[in-house]
Design a protein. Structure first.
Length: 289
DNA sequence: TCTGGGGTCCTAGGACCC
DNA sequence: TCTGGGGTCCTAGGACCC
């Protein structure tokens, strides 16, 4: 809001105008929080939901913040809340009074210092716009029925296909392939592999994902699997390095051709044979007689 | 409250380098 | 050749957010 007061008006007025314009233009209710720090503005919007507006004046910050339950602090989820509850700490004010050293010994250096600062509304972060994604992924929940490993391979191929296409559309390439699994007992595991050269080609990404899946197969056979996911991290900001044409091991020409067809005729127009009839939305085309 | 789908950040151990 | 000190990268798990 800095510098806008004389141009547009006080923050509360800007917030009200924002709400009005969103309502008029897209017919959706929104909630706006206004405060001196980014963190407190977020808390205020959470408290004011739904369809509300809450302005926390600078001289009323701690009076507003300290009675709230610890779960309102950014970074306190079920696990941290339970740890705090064991120490009879239920409100933000009680966190603030606990002191940094005690919080660090309870939660570790990172989380402890972080929560101590937030409980005193110390948050020096500036507003950032246009932050780039660090990873791109896709996942698929499988339900409780057991799946044969051939089925898993087909699902994996579909996931890699989706992710790599999004990467190419965004002009990103990545080096680390992460396989995410959830087993029959709902515990999770990840397997990752980092390659030397960033890529957005389906073929090498799928090969890496398949290798990871193979290492996990014994575990899957024993416990069953309820979710499978793939994500690619270590994303490169640089545009994908173009390959020399006609390299035998490169799938970029194929990917480019597939992308072009799908851009024009829709994502169901072309698919991997292994996926035919499996994925919802990917159906066998109706052929004319 | 749970599930599903998409993400980020932190921590810790191990391998490796100088 | 070994030890100590400092650092990076990779892998895996876990907590959390929307």
């Amino acid at each position: 809001m800095g510098g806008l007061r004389r141009l547009v008006g006080p923050p509360a007025e800007i917030a009200e105008r924002l709400r009005r314009e969103v309502r008029d233009r897209v017919h959706l209710p929104i909630t706006v929080g206004v405060a001196r720090t980014k963190f407190l503005a977020k808390v205020a919007s959470g408290v004011a939901k739904p369809d509300g507006l809450l302005v926390v004046a600078p001289d009323a910050e701690l009076a507003f913040l300290h009675p709230l339950p610890v779960e309102r602090l950014w970074g306190v989820g079920p696990v941290t809340a339970a740890k705090l509850r064991e120490r009879r700490i239920r409100t933000v004010g009680e966190v603030a009074r606990l002191g940094e050293a005690a919080l660090v010994s309870l939660l570790g250096a990172g989380a402890g210092r972080h929560l101590h600062a937030l409980a005193h509304n110390r948050d020096p972060r500036a507003v950032q716009v246009g932050r780039r994604r660090g990873s791109m992924g896709a996942q698929h929940a499988l339900g409780r029925t057991p799946h044969a490993s051939t089925e898993l391979d087909a699902i994996l191929a579909g996931l890699v296909d989706r992710v790599s296409r999004r990467m190419r559309a965004a002009g990103r390439s990545g080096r680390t392939v992460v396989l995410r699994l959830r087993f029959g007992d709902y515990t999770r595991a990840t397997r990752s592999h980092t390659v030397g050269k960033a890529t957005a080609d389906t073929t090498p990404l799928l090969a890496a994902a398949r290798a990871l899946l193979r290492t996990a197969l014994p575990e899957i056979d024993r416990r069953g699997v309820t979710l499978i996911g793939v994500s690619v991290g270590n994303l490169d900001d640089n545009p994908v390095q173009p390959e020399l044409p006609f390299q035998p091991d490169s799938g970029s020409d194929l990917d480019a051709a597939v992308d072009a067809v799908r851009d024009r005729f829709g994502s169901a127009a072309l698919t991997r044979a292994v996926l035919l009839g499996r994925e919802p939305g990917v159906e066998m085309p109706l052929l004319p007689d």
